[in-house]
Ligand binder design. Structure first.
Ligand code: SF4
Length: 337
């Protein structure tokens, strides 16, 4: 078993985990909220180190990431467990399963990097479930990946603590974060968490030099009020900058949330137009097949830079990081430094 990082031992035999903002104090023999970190005789163990539940070679657009190594493949790994308990989770079969019941197999960090390179991927993504709770494993693999020149990606709910994120910073290239809503009430009732720590970690990720893209799953009747969405967009523009790509995705009924229908495309289109009005350079809509608002357009002249169909991309108006038509500089990471 692999000893965890980011925790302290207490005199009474409990341990205090400081990996995510739940900051669990865990009694002997018990797990934290995420279900994968266990106190064994006063030591905190990362039970899922080196255990994967899912492995795939995905177009990076599937994350979705549109401005970080666009048009490339990303070696994608998932573990099990989650520190959020969202009622609409689309990956509940891995996020809510106990280790003893899960179908997992072993993969060392070095093997993961080798498989990424063999699969002609330019990056590794920890995705499908929450990577924060896989901290030690992703840290080890990501450190090796950077030495080999690969990009590294967290697809995350952003509930990581400052100290854990700072530890990841030398190896983590992109922070693809869910901004699930712009209301504390939503985070409390739907996810069992709080909003402010997510905003704080996203800001810190920006300060630490990571590439940021945000995703908001627009759920009818829960977070689709234009006032709330506008406030979220304004926050992103003000704190992360107008060049931050924001993805607004369609909800489909899943897991415990089947009491409402899918998000109308018209709602997403309205949000897209609002985002443009507010000054966001790169809004996108998602989970809607073949829509023009999945393309990247030049914010200066409106020329199509990258055309997307499903997860495939055609670079029709982008020369490295510049609009071919008007020369506007486009904020996109084409190579890992
Ligand atoms: S990662 Fe978060 S949920 Fe899991 S034990 Fe640590 S503080 Fe608790």
């Amino acid at each position: 078993m692999h000893e965890a990082r980011q925790y302290t031992k207490n005199n009474d035999g409990t341990v205090s985990c400081s990996l995510c903002n739940h900051r669990c104090t865990i009694k002997e023999g018990k797990h934290g909220i995420c279900g994968v970190r266990k106190n064994g005789h006063g030591t905190l163990f990362a039970e899922t180190y080196g255990k994967i539940s899912a492995e795939a070679i995905d177009p990076i657009e599937k994350k979705p990431l549109y401005h970080y190594l666009p048009g490339t493949l990303s070696y994608s790994l998932g573990g099990i467990g989650c520190n959020f308990h969202c009622e609409h989770c689309q990956n509940w079969h891995i996020s809510r399963v106990a280790l003893r019941d899960a179908h997992v197999r072993s993969l060392t960090p070095a093997e993961g990097v080798d498989r990424a390179i063999a699969g002609q991927c330019q990056s590794i993504s920890w995705t499908y479930n929450e990577p924060t709770i896989w901290h030690e494993y992703t840290l080890d693999m990501g450190t090796l990946a950077r030495i080999k020149g690969l990009g590294t990606i967290y697809v995350t709910n952003g509930y990581i603590t400052e100290e854990a994120l700072r530890e990841l910073a030398p190896m983590l290239g992109a922070f693809r974060v869910d901004l699930k809503a712009f209301s504390e009430e939503f985070y409390k009732t739907v996810c069992g968490a709080h909003l402010q720590p997510v905003l704080d970690s996203t800001l810190l990720a920006r300060e630490l030099g990571m590439h940021i893209e945000t995703v908001t799953l627009v759920i009818p009747g829960l977070n689709d009020e234009m006032e709330e969405i506008s406030a979220l967009i304004r926050w992103v523009i003000e704190h992360l900058g107008p060049a931050t790509p924001m993805h607004f995705s369609a909800f489909h009924p899943d897991y415990k949330m089947t009491d409402r229908g899918a998000t109308p495309v018209a709602t997403l289109e309205k949000i897209y137009r609002r985002a443009k009005e507010l000054g966001l350079r790169f809004p996108y809509i998602g989970n809607v097949y073949n829509h023009q608002y999945e393309n990247t357009y030049c914010p200066a002249c409106g020329a199509t830079l990258i055309e997307r169909h499903g997860f495939s991309s055609r670079f029709i108006g982008l020369d490295d990081r510049q609009c071919r038509n008007c020369g506007e500089k486009i904020e996109v990471v084409r190579h890992v430094s």
